[in-house]
Design a protein around this ligand. Structure first.
Ligand code: SF4
Length: 345
């Protein structure tokens, strides 16, 4: 019997009952604009009979992706402006993104880099990688390197090991952070060789899992994360607040609790970026703040991510509340919404 493979075309999605035949034409247009890939692990989770399935909503193309709003932009977080060398984004003084590859295991319908990622987009050539590492080596203020992309964990263990070894030789870099969806969407990739490849003597490696719904944390995904954590690699999680996926407090709370049970600390809850054709998946900031307030009231501090917005055009990430302190600093609100006076000094 053939091994299940990643679904990459609208007709493949149709054959698996993930899109209806009558939508083939409109969705083929979406697929010609934005990449499509759904791994077997994620395809297995989708209930084709449920029109509100939160996994399908993240990965199955939607005709509304062709509707662009004036406020949306191709490079919503302004990577381009802060890219002094191919593959590098240097926005904050002490850290850089290193975009090793521009492809992913899955393509998220809300992706903030959807204009830049896709199959065949390739990654850094050896020459470009050498130039990127020279840039880092020449700047002693760079303390942390964030592997981003695309998804760095689609690279082979051999390739990752070679990059990590080169970074290990740069004395002022102390932390390697890997942003990935792979432990959840393709858990079989997290094998012993890949785990070993991420570790470097004298450097702290963190893996930050992008996950948006607790159903993505299957038994196999949990085992993949455990392989990383058991090897001494701490894990954090980042999630995107998405309409119809995780925009209610029960779903969001269940995700955060499941993460902590897997020894993964929720780190960021991102307000969805102004990526083209994604308005149907965005919430308002007021809705996000209300959710954070509800989460604060009912779940452990371990389960609280920071709700953040990447300011359009590259001005960086800012926490966007909610705030519990009154504007004059004289009162603070508790988790039940009651106000309490606090002495000014
Ligand atoms: S894994 Fe990340 S970079 Fe890749 S499509 Fe999803 S959001 Fe975009």
């Amino acid at each position: 019997m053939n091994e299940p493979t990643t679904l990459r075309t609208i007709s493949a999605l149709c054959q698996h009952d993930l899109v209806p035949r009558e939508k083939l034409g409109a969705l083929a247009e979406v697929a010609s604009r934005y990449a499509v890939a759904i791994t077997p692990a994620m395809a297995d989770l989708i209930d084709p009979a449920d029109p509100r399935d939160p996994i399908a909503r993240q990965f199955v193309p939607d005709a509304r992706e062709l509707e662009e709003k004036p406020e949306e932009r191709g490079d919503p977080i302004g990577d381009e402006r802060f890219s002094p060398a191919e593959g590098i984004v240097h926005r904050y003084p002490d850290r850089v993104l290193l975009k090793l590859v521009n492809a992913c295991a899955v393509y998220c319908r809300f992706c903030f880099r959807r204009e830049m990622v896709g199959p065949g987009r390739g990654g850094l050539s050896p020459k470009a990688l050498a130039a990127a590492l020279d840039y880092i080596a020449g700047r002693p203020q760079i303390w942390e390197i964030i592997f981003s992309g695309g998804d760095p964990l689609i690279l082979s263990a051999r390739r990752l090991k070679s990059v990590v070894a080169k970074i290990a030789a740069i004395g002022h870099v102390k932390v390697i952070r890997v942003h990935t969806r792979v432990p959840a969407v393709a858990p079989e990739r997290i094998d012993a060789a890949l785990v070993r490849a991420l570790r470097a003597h004298g450097k702290a490696t963190f893996v930050v899992l992008h996950v948006n719904h607790q159903r993505e944390l299957t038994k196999k995904a949990q085992a993949a994360c455990a392989r990383l954590v058991d090897a001494g690699i701490p894990m954090l999680a980042q999630s995107v607040l998405l309409r119809g996926v995780n925009d209610d407090v029960e779903t969001l709370g269940a995700l955060m609790r499941k993460l902590v049970e897997c020894r993964i600390k929720p780190y960021y809850l991102h307000h969805a970026d102004l990526a083209p054709g994604t308005a149907h998946l965005r919430t308002t900031i007021a809705e996000g703040q209300a959710l954070m307030r509800a989460l604060h009231g009912r779940t452990s501090g371990l389960c609280q991510p920071s709700y953040v917005l990447d300011i359009p055009d590259g001005y960086g990430k800012s926490p966007i509340g909610p705030s519990y302190l009154s504007e004059d600093g004289a009162a603070v609100e508790d988790f039940n919404g009651r106000r309490h006076i606090y002495p000014p000094r």
